[in-house]
Design a protein around this ligand. Sequence first.
Ligand SMILES: [Zn+2]
Length: 73
Amino acid sequence: MQQSIIGYHQDEEGHWVADLRCGHGQHVRHQPPMTSRLWVLTEEGRQGFIGTELNCKKCEEGGDGFVPTEAVP
Ligand SMILES: [Zn+2]
């Protein structure tokens, strides 16, 4: 499920986690060549990706029973 980035925080290891609109978090690591996200390394880059949609696996799995209100048309 595509969810917009509304902010960021860092986990206990200093990795960046995008805060998604649905309330879940998703790591946005820069791990080339598999995952190239140079933008996460700078404040400017991160701000530029606010509002960008990521595919939230947690929403698709529905593991925690969270029901996004905006899923209703
Ligand atoms: Zn989610």
